[in-house]
Structure formats: structure tokens, C-alpha cells
Design a protein around this ligand. Structure first.
Ligand code: GLU
Ligand code: ZN
Length: 501
């Protein structure tokens, strides 16, 4: 099994890559590719190379690079070579490799593996249309493959500037995809394609395989959307090997299944739920998000959805990736995250809530010892109830917010702080004034006063107290909440709520 993947390679010689463009956007599809490459490299003890595909400099921004590095770090997808890590195969930004591409193209031209094409767009369109009408294949027709020096001179005299095309082999290209099995592309579907634009701009189908070759990448694991470029890239790897560029070895490919969104359409970067930032802001745990993304094509075992990244690394097998399109299910994603929330040690859980409570403005970024003690005590009350960290404020904000900023949700007030509520709040305040301040004593006092004394059902008894002290109809358990809030604030809030009834 392993050898079918490694093909005789030492496991530690595995080199995979993640090559994002620094657009300032990583989608769940990109991250799934990064994750599978990372797990593959870690499984074998090989290397993950981060390469930035930024030849399209108009689209790059300084923030785009920073965002990419920060996002991968947040996810914990560490890279062994690349920007900010160094390595022997740099530079790792394609924008700094332009001389390399020009040199490789010159060599391909000199060896006759690539050639200048002078056809204008109108000429190409016309001939394509004619071929289509005649029922023939409509790719590039090889018009400029064998121009005579006179023809070339004539074009040059006309002021035409050529593109560079790769001369494709006249035979099928067959490869054994690690996910999809054997795939064959017929030559009639593989016209000579453009490597370099007329303005000298080197294109993705050139720079991506050139860098894979020079960086000695052994396995290319990427989305199925890139499958059509693979036979062309394989032809280029072969040409590069012939002219002595790179390791001389064509990488093995594995194309990861499409990720489908709503309505069974491919998830696009414009779709809600497709961008990483949304998950960071919503308080997903990186391990929860990654666990869910791993399930888009892979599973650790039947009937088992929740696992750690260490377990994934241990078990990861690219041959077990399913080639069928995977459906992105936001609910399941949240449920997997919730499972990871429950797995966190309590102290860790408390620490991870702090930034969210700080963003909500109820805790400073560095809470006092006293605040930390309350937070730690509150964790066991909420850890089982939260799906994401962004629920921190909703759940626990009332314990930390200052009295002048504390508010009661108007909807909760309208529903609960009516009718008998005034009497309930009066009786509660009275019962809590002198009671010993422990959960048990608080509970006993309130039950005696509201249920035995006023003869209320628990819902009608405790609902108004909950809304008064937490500001919401849903809160952590009431008696514990009162204890953590303290007598003074509790009485103050009961009193405030009383005034509004
Ligand atoms: N920069 C390309 C992308 O992000 C790389 C694709 C590949 O893995 O070859 O789509
Ligand atoms: Zn041409």
C-alpha cells in the first residue's frame, strides 16, 4: 500500500507543496488541500513546502502575504520550507523567480520543446470556428509549429509579438492518480498550450510545474478543478527532465474531490461559509475546523468523525481518499467543532474564551486574577453547551460586564419580566440578602421562598431571576451563576429589574 504511494522513495524524501496565491482569501477548499498535503508530509516524515504563486503582481497586496502566513499558523499547518522558514530551494515567492522562468523557457526553445506562435486572436478564433463547424477538435491547430525562417521574419516585420507554446507529444498521456486511479488524456484533446504571453508574462501552466520540478516535489495533491491542467503539466515535466531541469522525476498526482455547497453546486469563494475568516470570527477552533475539512474526502474509520490532528497524521492514507464529490455541511462542521470544544482541558478552554470576551468588551485582554478565578469556575458550567467560542459573551458576558453597561435583552424582558415577575423579584431579593453565598444555600433559599412560599412552578419562579441577573432567557445554571456573580451584583440586578416590571 505504502509503496504504491511512494514508488520506492524513502518516506522522509517525500516533498509536497502548498502553493496559494496571496489574495488575502483562503477558502475551505484551499485549506483542505493544505491539510491533506500537511498530513501526508507529516505521516511520512517528509517536507511541506509553502510556495507563493504571485506572478500576477497586480492582485498581490502586502496584507495578502501576511494573511496567508497568519492563517496557516492559526490552523497549525506548519511548513518546513518557504517564506519565513527558508530552505535550499528558494526563493519561494514566484515573483522573485522571473529570471529562472525566462532561463527555462530559453532552454525549452533551444531544445525545440517550445516554440513561438505568432497567430493573432482573430486568426485563432476563425480557425477554431472552422474546425468546430467541420466537426474537428478545436484546440490549437499547430499552425506555428514548423514555421520557416522567412515566415517568422514576415511576422516579425508585421510587428507581431509571439507567445511561447509547449510542443505536446503526439500520444496519450496516462497517469495513475493516487485518488482516482488510472486517467488517460488523448492527444487530440491536448493542443500545444501557451507558456508565456506575448508581453513576456509567464503563466501558471509554466511556472507551477517548473517550480515543482526545481523544488523536487514528489507528490502533487490538489483539487480536482486542476485535473485538466495535469496532462499538460506532465508533458512539461518530461520536457524539463530531457533538458536537465529539476530532479528529472515527474511527481505523482492525487486530485482531491470537489467540495459541493448549497444546491449541490461547487462551493465557490463567493459562497457564504467558504472563507476561513468567517470561521475565525465565529470562534471555531482550528482543530475543529480541520477535523471537519478532513472529512471532505477522507475518514479515519467507519462511524468515527471526531479525531485529533495527531491521529489524522498517524492514519492518513491518500489512497483512501474518496473520489466522489464531498458535500460541505455547515451544521456538521459546527457539531464537529463542538465536539472539540468539549475535548479541551478546562484551563485551555478558559484561555481561549478570553480573546472573545475581550472583543465583546467585557474583559480586558489580560484579566485580573479575580476575573480569571470567576472564568475558571464558570467553564464547567458552559463547556458542554457551546458550539463555538463566539458564544462566550452570550454565555458568560453577564458575569464580567460592569453594572453600568449591563443590559437586559428587551425581548426577554417583555416575555419574562411581566405578570408575577415583580413579586418574584422582591421575594428573591429578600431571600438572598442574608443567605450564605454558596450554590446549595442559594438554591435552598430561592426554592423555599418562590416555590414553597409563593407556590410557583419552577419555570415561573426562576425565569424572572435568570433574566434579571443574566439579561437573557438562556444562561448557565442559575444557582451557580448567582454564586459566581456575587451577592452585591445579584441584588443590584434584581432591584434594577424590579423597577422595570
Ligand atoms: N496557485 C494555484 C491555486 O491556488 C496552485 C494550484 C496547484 O496546486 O497546482 O489554485
Ligand atoms: Zn500560431
Amino acid at each position: 500500500m505504502t509503496d504504491a504511494v511512494l514508488g520506492g522513495l524513502e518516506p522522509s524524501a517525500v516533498r509536497v507543496r502548498f502553493p496559494p496565491s496571496p489574495t488575502g482569501l483562503l477558502t475551505v477548499g484551499n485549506i483542505r488541500s493544505a491539510l491533506f498535503n500537511w498530513a501526508f508530509a507529516r505521516h511520512f516524515g517528509g517536507k511541506l513546502v509553502l510556495r507563493i504563486e504571485d506572478t500576477d503582481t497586480a492582485r498581490n497586496t502586502a496584507e495578502g502575504y501576511r494573511y496567508t502566513y497568519d492563517a496557516l499558523r492559526w490552523l497549525g499547518l506548519t511548513w518546513d520550507e518557504g517564506p519565513e522558514a527558508g530552505g535550499d530551494f528558494g526563493p519561494y515567492l514566484q515573483s522573485e523567480r522571473m529570471d529562472i522562468y525566462a532561463d527555462v523557457v530559453a532552454k525549452l526553445m533551444a531544445a525545440g520543446r517550445a516554440y513561438h506562435c505568432y497567430c493573432s486572436q482573430e486568426e485563432l478564433d476563425q480557425r477554431r470556428e472552422a474546425a468546430r463547424t467541420a466537426g474537428q477538435h478545436s484546440g490549437y491547430d499547430g499552425h506555428c509549429r514548423n514555421l520557416s525562417p522567412e515566415q517568422v521574419q514576415a511576422y516579425v516585420d508585421e510587428g507581431r509579438r509571439p507567445v511561447v507554446r509547449l510542443r505536446m507529444p503526439d500520444r496519450p498521456i496516462v497517469f495513475d492518480d493516487l485518488v482516482r486511479g488510472e486517467i488517460t488524456f488523448l492527444p487530440e484533446n491536448l493542443g500545444d498550450y501557451v507558456l508565456v504571453r506575448a508581453n513576456g508574462y509567464p503563466l501558471y501552466p509554466l511556472v507551477n510545474p517548473v517550480d515543482d520540478a526545481l523544488m523536487e516535489i514528489t507528490h502533487v495533491l490538489r483539487g480536482e478543478d486542476l485535473l485538466p491542467s495535469t496532462p499538460r503539466q506532465i508533458a512539461l515535466y518530461e520536457a524539463l527532465a530531457d533538458i536537465g531541469v529539476g530532479s528529472g522525476r515527474t511527481p505523482r498526482f492525487g486530485h482531491l474531490p470537489f467540495v459541493m455547497g448549497e444546491g449541490n453546486k461547487r462551493l465557490s469563494k463567493r459562497d457564504k461559509g467558504s472563507g476561513l475568516t468567517e470561521y475565525v470570527d465565529r470562534g471555531f477552533l482550528p482543530e475543529g475546523l480541520l477535523n471537519y475539512l478532513a472529512l471532505l474526502g477522507w475518514s479515519i474509520a467507519e462511524d468515527r468523525d471526531v479525531f485529533t490532528m495527531a491521529e489524522m497524521v498517524e492514519a492518513f492514507d491518500i489512497r483512501k481518499v474518496n473520489s466522489n464529490a464531498a458535500r460541505f455541511d455547515p451544521k456538521k462542521c459546527e457539531a464537529i467543532n463542538a465536539a472539540h470544544m468539549r475535548l479541551l482541558p478546562q484551563e485551555e478552554f478558559a484561555q481561549r474564551m478570553i480573546p472573545f470576551l475581550a472583543t465583546a468588551g467585557v474583559l480586558p485582554e489580560q484579566p485580573s486574577e479575580e476575573q480569571l478565578a470567576v472564568l475558571r469556575a464558570a467553564v464547567p458550567l458552559v463547556q458542554e453547551r457551546m458550539n463555538t467560542l463566539s458564544e462566550s459573551d452570550e454565555m458568560l458576558g453577564f458575569l464580567f460586564v460592569s453594572e453600568d453597561l449591563f443590559t437586559v435583552d428587551p425581548d426577554a424582558a417583555a416575555k419574562v419580566l411581566t405578570g408575577d415577575a415583580g413579586a418574584v423579584l422582591d421575594a428573591s431579593a429578600k431571600a438572598l440578602t442574608d443567605v450564605e453565598w454558596t450554590t446549595e444555600a442559594i438554591e435552598a433559599a430561592l426554592r423555599a421562598s418562590l416555590i414553597d412560599g409563593l407556590g410557583l412552578k419552577p419555570k415561573n419562579a426562576f425565569g424572572p431571576v435568570r433574566v434579571a441577573i443574566s439579561g437573557r432567557r438562556i444562561s448557565p445554571p442559575l444557582f451557580e451563576s448567582l454564586e459566581l456573580l456575587g451577592r452585591e451584583k445579584s441584588l443590584h440586578r434584581l432591584e434594577r429589574a424590579r423597577r422595570t416590571t
